[in-house]
Design a protein around this ligand. Structure first.
Ligand SMILES: NC(=O)c1ccc[n+]([C@@H]2O[C@H](COP(=O)([O-])OP(=O)(O)OC[C@H]3O[C@@H](n4cnc5c(N)ncnc54)[C@H](OP(=O)(O)O)[C@@H]3O)[C@@H](O)[C@H]2O)c1
Length: 305
């Protein structure tokens, strides 16, 4: 099968390429941002028509933390909208029949604690990443319209926060887990006795280990037609922020204490994916949090050397 992966140098893209390379018999097309700027409509259409992939995994996106989203809302909306509209349209124009679009849990209305696919576009989005979420919702809509109007398999997979190899470790811009790994690693090195946790530590969050998401994508390679227009691919289990700190501390060997900084924002109390649809496909996440954390820390130690 000829498989095109956009965003092949990113966290999802790299893990997917590594797995598919070992899954023999496929020909992979992995143009980087440098090779093909997906904002460029003409270049994108020319590339897709020239290569005519059997399936596209669309993993390219401008991704960033809350601060980056707040600082550059114009770019987050414009860039993500342009990339996705171009990529999905070019795929349709090139006659690509199967398309897997990567969505994100930020597509959901901000006031839901349990995220069910049918709740998408039924409420206000989180204002701190509204532009990004609008672009993600627009991409999912376009895929759904194409599926319905042309009878093609253009589907959107919605993961929660991801963690694992090729993640981005940064104290300000990372997601919670990679930031906690970096913070506790530095605290251990400096011998700090206390690490501060923002808020009361009781908000609950869900994290999916990247290998689990890749496993789902690879399983679906030959079953994409069976998928509904949008599907949550989550763990179905969440932990408090305090628990993430405690488990990460155990993995890293940080023996200091934690203190809560109640002056800092907590965010939503809970955000957990409903996974009843994905379960019907006989799929469920396999990697337990402690194992995923160990693997991620192992990767982190390799790249900071
Ligand atoms: N990571 C998560 O926790 C998470 C959670 C839920 C959903 N997702 C979704 O999963 C997808 C992949 O995320 P990720 O974490 O792998 O992101 P990432 O690590 O930031 O990778 C993004 C990729 O997109 C490429 N890209 C950006 N702008 C481009 C352009 N104009 N033309 C061509 N390529 C471009 C980047 O290349 P350069 O770096 O060279 O610009 C990079 O390869 C995204 O749709 C994201 O919303 C991610």
């Amino acid at each position: 099968m000829k498989i095109l992966i956009t965003g092949s140098t990113g966290m999802v893209g790299r893990n997917l390429v590594e797995t598919l390379k070992n899954n023999t018999g496929h020909r992979l097309l992995t143009p980087t941002h440098k090779d093909l700027d997906l904002i460029n409509q003409e270049a994108t259409q020319t590339y897709f028509k020239a290569h005519k992939p059997d399936i596209i995994f669309h993993c390219a996106s401008k991704v960033g933390g809350i601060q980056a989203n707040l600082d550059e809302p114009v770019d987050f909306l414009l860039t993500n909208m342009m990339i996705s509209m171009n990529v999905i349209h070019a795929a349709l124009e090139a006659g690509v029949e199967r398309f897997l679009n990567l969505g994100s849990s930020c597509m959901y209305p901000r006031d839901r604690e349990i995220l069910r696919e049918e709740d998408i576009l039924t409420g206000k989005l989180e204002p701190t990443n509204e532009g990004y979420a609008i672009a993600k919702n627009a991409a999912a809509c376009l895929c759904r319209y194409i599926s319905n109007e042309y009878g093609l398999a253009y589907r959107t997979v919605i993961p929660p926060n991801l963690y694992g190899p090729y993640d981005h470790f940064d104290l300000v811009n990372s997601h919670l887990l990679p930031a906690v790994i970096l913070k506790l690693h530095l605290a251990k090195l400096k011998g700090e006795k206390i690490v501060k946790i923002w808020g009361d530590g009781q908000a609950r969050r869900e994290f999916l280990y990247i290998a689990d998401l890749i496993d789902f994508l690879v399983v679906m390679l030959n079953r994409i037609e069976e998928l509904p227009n949008m599907i949550n691919v989550g763990v179905g289990e969440d932990y408090t922020i305090d628990e993430y700190y405690e488990m990460t501390a155990k993995v890293i060997g940080y023996q200091g204490a934690f203190e809560h900084d109640f002056s800092k924002p907590v965010g939503m109390r809970k955000k957990l994916m409903d996974i009843s649809h994905v379960k019907k496909f006989g799929w469920q996440a396999k990697i337990p949090l402690d194992e995923g954390l160990k693997n991620t820390y192992h990767y982190f130690l390799k790249i900071i050397d």
